[in-house]
Write a protein that binds this ligand. Structure first.
Ligand code: JD8
Length: 405
């Protein structure tokens, strides 16, 4: 792969002489050329910037030096492509407003034979350069992330490393590319090395046992848990439903009371920590059993572990109303949309005559309130059924007329 980088700080790209990328260049796997934009100026001060039209702070990069620099890069294209046209690079212009750079884009660009990178500085490059370049080669404006850098060089360093390491032969053991974060939508699992005990801290037993199937299962579970905890946005919504669908659902019996008490206390702990209200978390086993008696309580388990629950019943004090309560998801599974799934499921259990759904939650339970509002619920004025809580209601959407009618 050929790479051309244009910058007013060519030394900024020196780190690409180091480590695996440096070795890949020496091994001829990567043909990297760095160009100084000032070499394409013609005045004594080698000027590349000027004041912005329309006023405002900072300076803007002049178009002429860029067109000459990119023309120089284009002129390096010796080979002719299948259509008889001179081969041109794909031009990557880093910018905070660009399309987010991702592992998927890195994989895409790793298949390209020739990439060029234009490193902007100051307030950016004159917009007409993007048009000019687009008339001569494919142009992609990519952003490294939602924060502001002073120029494009750091972004190019990261993008070149992310792309080049995917080229055959650059990473010694291509195997290690497979289970990396962002490769398959899951974050990486935790890693350990000798000694087995360090600072009184142990390596997880499963990793010492040599049972590769168990190690693989543990590692996958760690990846799911970490992704759910740190990057739930990476988990496709489908995963949420399928996650619920993966679990074994049952109507709760008194035998479920101990596990339900544990799950309840785990879910109410943040409420207690946040504003001292333990609510349902205070229930003793008899009260939990009583709840199972008087509500249609559903539980979801995987490998026997209770991971989610919700309970429903006709509202004892409101006509044609369906009361939904104790919507709970194991803390490590929260943030994956399971709560939304449980709520929709609880609503679907309501008999035909139900017109309104009722919920109750802590008046300061911001996340719960956000989810319920997103699901169409509205907070009722005044205090809710219990001190420090609010009641929320939602009109049951008119069910579409069944095809037979
Ligand atoms: C290129 C000039 C600085 C940006 C005024 C600060 C990428 N994720 C990213 N954050 N920032 C950049 C980036 C910043 C750049 C240039 C990339 C060229 N600047 C400008 C606009 C506000 N100054 C980036 N990729």
């Amino acid at each position: 792969m050929r790479l051309d980088v244009v910058s007013i700080f060519p030394d900024y790209l020196a780190p690409l002489d180091l480590s695996l990328i440096g070795k890949a260049r020496r091994d001829g796997l990567l043909d990297l050329h760095v160009h100084d934009l000032r070499d394409f100026t013609h005045d004594r001060h080698r000027t590349v910037d000027d004041t912005p039209y329309g006023g405002g702070a900072g300076m803007v990069m002049k178009p002429q030096p860029w067109s000459e620099a990119l023309d120089h890069v284009l002129a390096q294209g010796k080979s002719i492509d299948a259509t008889g046209r001179r081969r041109v690079p794909t031009l990557i212009v880093p910018g905070p407003g660009g399309e987010p750079f991702t592992q998927a884009i890195a994989r895409e660009l790793a298949d390209e034979p020739w990439l060029a990178f234009a490193c902007g500085r100051y307030e950016g490059i004159d917009e007409r350069v993007y048009e000019w370049a687009g008339e001569r080669m494919p142009v992609r404006v990519l952003s490294l992330g939602d924060y502001v850098l002073n120029g494009g060089e750091v972004a190019v360093l990261a993008m070149v490393e992310a792309i080049a390491r995917l080229l055959p032969g650059v990473i010694g053991n291509a195997e290690s590319l497979v289970e990396e974060s962002h490769e398959d939508g899951l974050l990486e699992y935790p890693v350990y090395t000798k000694p087995a005990t360090w600072d009184g801290r142990e390596v997880p037993e499963v990793l010492l046992g040599g049972n590769h199937a168990a190690i693989a299962t543990w590692r996958h579970q760690q990846r799911v848990e970490r992704t759910a905890a740190r990057r739930p946005d990476l988990l496709p919504p489908a995963a949420a439903t399928s996650a619920l669908g993966e679990l074994e659902e049952r109507v709760a019996t008194p035998a479920d009371a101990p596990d339900l008490q544990v799950l309840t206390r785990a879910c109410w702990a943040p409420e207690f920590a946040r504003y001292g209200m333990f609510g349902a978390g205070e229930e003793d086993l008899d009260e939990v059993r009583d709840g199972i008696q008087h509500w249609d309580t559903r539980v979801w388990r995987r490998d026997g572990a209770l991971l989610a629950s919700v309970r429903v019943r006709p509202h004892p004090d409101e006509d044609s109303a369906w009361q939904i309560g104790r919507l709970m998801v194991a803390p490590y599974l929260q943030g994956r949309g399971l709560g939304r799934e449980l709520l929709a499921y609880a609503e679907s259990l309501a008999p035909e005559d139900v017109r309104t759904f009722w919920l109750n939650t802590g008046a300061k339970s911001t996340e719960n309130l956000r989810m319920y509002r997103k699901a169409g619920y509205r907070v009722r004025p005044g205090e809710g059924a219990f001190p420090g809580t609010v009641d929320l209601t939602k009109r049951r959407p008119a069910s579409p007329p069944s095809s037979s009618s």
